[in-house]
Design a protein around this ligand. Structure first.
Ligand code: SF4
Ligand code: SF4
Length: 201
């Protein structure tokens, strides 16, 4: 007995076509009727970029590298985001903060180079989850189209927010996440204090 994989098999007919079928007229009329019926329906297409669809509040778009409240870069170039990234889209180089650069970089180590290849990125948000310093967030901004592949490799010039043009990510964090961040010793966003953490346990 022949193995049947699905029940979608169809018996092919070798029946002779009738005269009207040979003219293809009924099929053409039927096809045109379907085409004309669409003239009176609302078009499902969106004329982007003049029109845009409503986006989810947690839509994951272009990343931002955040500055702290004093305007210093939060990223300490630990590499956790790059390790977590399933698309291997993140690369960075580290440097040591020099005396007098405290207003630029929050911690002793910082990223001298930080790049995300937006063509590789699948906007999963794992880099954001992995970051212990609340330095990287995905935002609701769209990555703009371009002509050259190389232009999709975004460096710090495009990723780090400007002191006077902060990127608001507060609405993207659920109450549960915000509550978690308030747990002493576990909360991100603090300079590491080993003694404080030890005292808590
Ligand atoms: S959103 Fe996902 S794929 Fe994109 S850089 Fe972050 S971890 Fe990688
Ligand atoms: S963005 Fe966060 S996880 Fe990535 S290197 Fe900087 S501090 Fe580490």
């Amino acid at each position: 007995m022949a193995l049947q994989l699905t029940n979608r098999s169809k018996v092919v007919s070798n029946k002779e076509q009738s005269f009207s079928e040979k003219l293809y007229l009924p099929a053409i009329v039927k096809g045109m009727a379907i085409t004309f019926s669409h003239l009176f329906k609302k078009a499902p297409t969106i004329r982007y970029p003049d029109e845009t669809r409503p986006m989810a509040p947690v839509y994951r778009g272009q990343h931002v590298l955040k500055l702290d409240e004093n305007g210093a870069e939060r990223c300490t170039s630990c590499g956790m985001c790059a390790v977590a990234c399933p698309a291997e889209a993140i690369t960075m180089e580290s440097g040591e903060r020099k005396k007098g650069e405290e207003h630029l970089y929050r911690e002793d180590k910082y990223a001298t180079k930080y790049e995300i290849n937006m063509l590789r990125c699948i906007f999963c948000g794992l880099c954001e989850d992995a970051c212990p310093k609340e330095a990287i967030f995905l935002t609701d901004r769209k990555v703009e189209s371009d002509f050259e592949r190389g232009d999709f490799v975004y460096g710090k010039d495009k990723l780090v927010e400007k002191v006077n043009e902060r990127v608001d990510i507060s609405k993207r964090q659920t109450p549960e996440v915000l509550a978690f961040k308030k747990i002493p010793g576990l909360k991100h966003n603090e300079l590491f204090d080993g003694k404080k953490l030890k005292d808590k346990h």
